[in-house]
Design a protein around this ligand. Structure first.
Ligand code: IPM
Ligand code: MN
Length: 360
């Protein structure tokens, strides 16, 4: 199989972790007789440095012309990097948001799994972490506060900022359907997270989720408020299977859920549109403080590669092989610094990539 993959390494640790993901994908290509044609393009801070804007038409068109996009991370230190002196629409994040919109990537899947080997890296008490957990956060990605009208202006001499949270029923329905579809392939439980005790957008969200649920009688739907959900994630994460929520709530809850699994460096994500096309990136950020030191954890990027094969290329066996290789290196005791614990062997970012590539 020949697949065209656009690669956005991005900023911070992005280049080093994506290189390891490509190393593993190349090992898969060799072993299973595929050809992955990688085209590297810029986005984020590196694109600002090269072209004065975070996202160029060239990058958009290379992505659109590919089967999938493999991404690292973008952005820098928001207090010290000169990128954050620029007007908001020229900052690194603006590039990512526009790319999500241009590619129609409305469904963001963030699986949060606690690997048994990493229990000691879990930030929760042992009686909680000893119950393994495996949840999938389905975050709406192209609506809500992120894409609503916004402005900052003086109102009667007082500086006032406005951000708008808008959802229409169609946007809610399509993400709801995605959530129920994946729940059918998992434990058939959906938790829809909102703030329906305050927000109109949440009340509509709840109504539409109830309508979607009628088409999936085998799936149990529960509604939960976002504040209470934030609490439940640290109290008993094992109670969740699929969680579906709007853009901003999903951004916050997914970092929380990720950390509960031990490290942000472990978790991949997939952003999908209505077709098989998708963009795959680690859930964590660009970690500028450790960039270029070869100490970052490449596993999230490597598992993002597995998701790419599974969702965009229909290569299930190959995706399984990557996931099994990751489990194997963890079982063998290899750890990057972020997940290091006693009795394990600490390895660098590139060593971790090689160890996994050798085992696929
Ligand atoms: C994420 C990131 C982005 C987001 C930023 C970089 C714009 O935090 O993918 O979760 O908020 O969506
Ligand atoms: Mn985030």
């Amino acid at each position: 199989m020949i697949q065209k993959i656009a690669v956005i390494k991005g900023d911070g640790i992005g280049p080093e972790i994506v290189s390891e993901s490509m190393k593993v994908l190349n090992a898969i290509a060799q072993k299973y007789g595929h050809t992955f044609l990688f085209t590297e393009v810029l986005m984020g801070g590196c694109s600002i440095d090269a072209y004065g804007e975070p996202l160029t038409e060239e990058t958009i068109s290379v992505c659109k012309d590919s089967h999938a996009v493999l991404m690292g991370s973008i952005g820098g230190n928001t207090t010290t990097s000169p990128w954050y002196q620029l007007p908001a629409h020229l900052r690194p994040e603006a590039g990512l948001l526009r790319l999500r919109k241009e590619l129609g990537l409305f469904a963001n899947l963030r699986p949060c799994v606690l690997y048994p080997e990493l229990r000691s890296a879990c930030t929760l008490r042992e009686d909680i972490s000893s119950k393994s957990f495996d949840m999938l956060i389905m975050r709406e990605l192209t609506g809500g506060l992120y894409f609503g009208e916004r402005r900052t202006e003086a109102v009667d001499g007082v500086m006032t900022a406005v951000d708008t949270l808008t959802y229409n029923e169609n946007e809610i329905r399509r993400i709801g359907i995605k959530a129920f579809e994946v729940a059918m392939k998992r434990n058939k439980k959906v938790t829809s997270v909102d703030k329906a005790n305050v927000l109109d957008s949440s009340r509509l969200w709840r109504k539409v989720m109830n309508e979607v649920a009628k088409d999936y009688p085998e799936v149990t739907l529960e509604h939960a408020l976002v504040d209470s959900t934030a609490m439940q994630i640290v109290r008993d994460p094992s109670r969740f299977d699929v969680m579906v929520t709007e853009n901003m709530f999903g951004d916050i809850l997914s970092d929380e859920a990720a950390m509960v699994t031990g490290s942000l460096g472990m978790l991949p994500s997939a952003s999908l549109n209505e077709t098989k096309f998708g963009l795959y990136e680690p859930s964590g950020g660009s970690a500028p403080d450790i960039a270029g030191k070869n100490v970052a954890n490449p596993i999230a990027a490597i598992l993002s590669g597995a998701m790419l094969l599974r969702y965009s290329c229909d290569l299930q066996t190959e995706a399984d092989a990557i996931e099994a290789a990751v489990k194997q290196v963890l079982a063998e005791g290899y750890r990057t610094a972020d997940i290091m614990s006693e009795g394990c062997r600490q390895v660098s970012c590139s060593e971790m990539g090689s160890l996994i590539a050798e085992r696929v």
